[in-house]
Write a protein that binds this ligand. Structure first.
Ligand SMILES: *Cc1c(COP(=O)(O)O)cnc(C)c1O
Length: 363
């Protein structure tokens, strides 16, 4: 089953297009499938062919602002299997709001939050009703749900046909669903500071847009070929302040117990896990600071380090290497506060702890 990200796309997808009358025209699409049990019996070749059909949307244009110029944005959110057999989405209202802001940031018509919310629920439900959903496994409890599976939803914008320079006026919003397991393979969690820049002031760093991923993918690839798992970005002006991981926000616990994370601005992506971790840490009585985070300070004074995001969850980093120096955090092991936050978050998501904040939305 699902290891990390897969393209074992579930059968039901969703599209909506902003038409000439400025209305969102919605469509649920049932792509070719058999029952999950029948698909499990298929030969690898036959399964590959079926999955290729499911990832093919002939109704969408090939050449457009998104495929040519990266003028598109996306979201990532998960539905978590619960003990009672249901599925619950984690803070989809936050993704809905960010999707709208991202589209408006790219000068597209914003996708209304209430349509987004209904569509993500419906897509999960339709797939669930034909058997495509991960089943809750009590074995996940043993490792605080690190091995837990979920449904990953990928909503994204996609432009109308176009070749010249311009902004999309009649975009589609597409939503696909795939099963997903743990993101980072167990093993090394060493990080290295990259000299590449992810985001620049007055740029698009705050928008969850396609273009923002180009540099991080290159930086991560480079880091990985040097034996690291993650690349850490500093600010692009002074190269002094920590900003983000390759696709996730970053936190440090200092020796005096404070938890620090870079403050939001136009070069930081406002992560929903970031926001949630800040709130949960506050509940635990931890002093949290959102501010500039000098790399010098964390090299000398950090005791724990972790990254946070929907794909990464809360994942500790054992060390950061910067300019030939390496800071090892907590002897290279997952720290106490990191563990506590990871547990608290996962327990809420998988329904093992009461959702006192109303973050979970039933499908
Ligand atoms: C999506 C994303 C994150 C994490 O956001 P979540 O809402 O927590 O998943 C962080 N950084 C970047 C650059 C991202 O694109």
């Amino acid at each position: 089953m699902a290891k990390g990200f897969t393209l074992e796309t579930y059968p039901w997808a969703y599209t909506a297009q902003f038409n000439e009358d400025k209305k969102w025209v919605e469509k649920y699409i049932e792509n070719p499938h058999k029952s999950p049990a029948e698909e499990a019996e298929l030969s690898p070749e036959a399964l590959t062919q079926l999955l290729q059909q499911r990832n093919s949307f002939p109704q969408l244009p090939l050449v457009n602002y998104t495929s040519q110029y990266g003028m598109g944005c996306f979201e990532g959110l998960k539905a978590y299997p619960q003990k009672d057999g249901s599925l619950k989405l984690f803070r989809p209202d936050e993704n809905a709001a960010r999707m709208r802001r991202s589209m408006e940031g790219l000068m597209m018509p914003g996708f209304p939050e209430e349509i987004f919310l209904e569509a993500v629920v419906e897509v999960v439900k339709k797939n669930m009703n034909c058997g495509f959903m991960p089943k809750y496994d009590p074995a996940w409890e043993a490792d605080n749900y690190i091995s837990g599976h979920s449904v990953y939803l990928r909503p994204f914008s996609y432009s109308e046909p176009a070749i010249g320079l311009g902004v999309s006026q009649h975009p589609w919003v597409v939503i696909v669903a795939t099963p997903v397991g743990a993101y980072f393979a167990p093993g090394s969690s060493k990080a290295v500071v990259t000299d590449k820049s992810r985001a620049t002031p007055n740029g698009t760093g705050w928008i969850k847009c396609n273009a923002n991923y180009v540099v991080p993918i290159l930086a991560k690839k480079q880091a990985m070929s040097a034996g690291y798992m993650e690349a850490i970005f500093l600010d692009s002006v002074e190269h002094k302040y920590v900003e983000e991981g390759s696709s996730c926000n970053i936190f440090f616990k200092l020796k005096d117990g404070r938890l620090i994370t870079p403050e939001l601005g136009d070069t930081i992506l406002p992560g929903i896990n970031r926001k949630s971790v800040i709130e949960l840490a506050g509940d635990l009585g931890v002093k949290v600071e959102e501010r500039k985070v000098p790399i010098e300070e964390v090299m000398d004074d950090a005791q724990e380090c972790f990254v946070a995001g929907t794909a990464a969850g809360v994942s500790f980093l054992e060390s950061i290497t910067w300019k030939e120096k390496t800071a090892v955090f907590n002897d290279g092991k997952q720290g106490e506060l990191t563990t506590e936050l990871l547990k608290t978050l996962k327990n809420i998501q998988y329904g093992a702890a009461e959702d006192t904040k109303g973050w979970m939305v039933e499908v």
